[in-house]
Design a protein around this ligand. Structure first.
Ligand code: TQI
Ligand code: CA
Ligand code: ZN
Ligand code: ZN
Length: 172
């Protein structure tokens, strides 16, 4: 079952913007495509819309790669451990640990495809989960849910489960 942050914080508007704050280890167009595909998973089942803007000054949500201590009191821990974090509404911060071995699929392939490297982390799988946090979902107890707090090593999980859909539709 899905859950919310305490006090059930949500965004008070439906048209949200995001901007990239740092360089990524990816080719920029692959990075943009993967992140926009992750946002679409949530816009497909709600009335929310997401659009990329060029400056974090005018964006509701900021996405970037950081390493170690990076100014928000939640330092990253080097390879593995914490991969990324996102804050509840309406902080709008989604940070990725730049010390991970990230990978990105070019197309929206079925989930559970295995990568050649067992330690590579799928950017889109992590992004769909962290965007759930940005929008107000905490963790789910349902193993198939995107918001379940664990993902099998080397796997890809990008399709919302019914549990995620019901959880977000109750908020927006
Ligand atoms: N990062 C944790 C997460 O996003 C950070 C975290 C722990 C957190 N407790 C939280 C964030 C409560 C918001 C609210 O869950 S993580 C997974 C998963 C992580 C974990 O790096 O451990 C994913 C990031 F689900 F696979 F375990 C992305 Cl998909
Ligand atoms: Ca880490
Ligand atoms: Zn951070
Ligand atoms: Zn989480």
């Amino acid at each position: 079952l899905y859950s919310y942050f305490s006090g059930e914080p949500t965004w008070d508007k439906t048209d949200l913007t995001y901007a990239f704050s740092t360089n990524s280890p990816f080719n920029h167009s692959i990075y943009q495509t993967v992140i926009s595909r992750a946002f679409s998973k949530w816009s497909e089942v709600t009335t929310l819309t997401f659009s990329e803007v060029s400056s974090t000054l005018f964006a509701d949500m900021e996405i970037g790669f950081y390493t170690g201590e990076h100014g928000d009191g939640e330092p990253f821990d080097g390879p593995l451990g914490t991969l990324a974090h996102a804050f509840s509404p309406t902080a709008g911060k989604f940070h990725l640990d730049g010390d991970e071995e990230w990978t990105a699929a070019k197309e929206d392939k079925a989930s559970s495809a295995l990568f050649s490297s067992r330690t590579a982390i799928d950017l889109e799988s992590v992004a769909v989960h962290e965007i759930g946090h940005l929008l107000g979902l905490a963790h789910s107890t349902e193993e198939s849910a995107i918001m379940y707090p664990s993902i099998p090593a080397g796997s890809r999980k990008v399709q919302l489960a019914n549990d995620d859909v019901v959880g977000i539709q109750n908020l927006y």
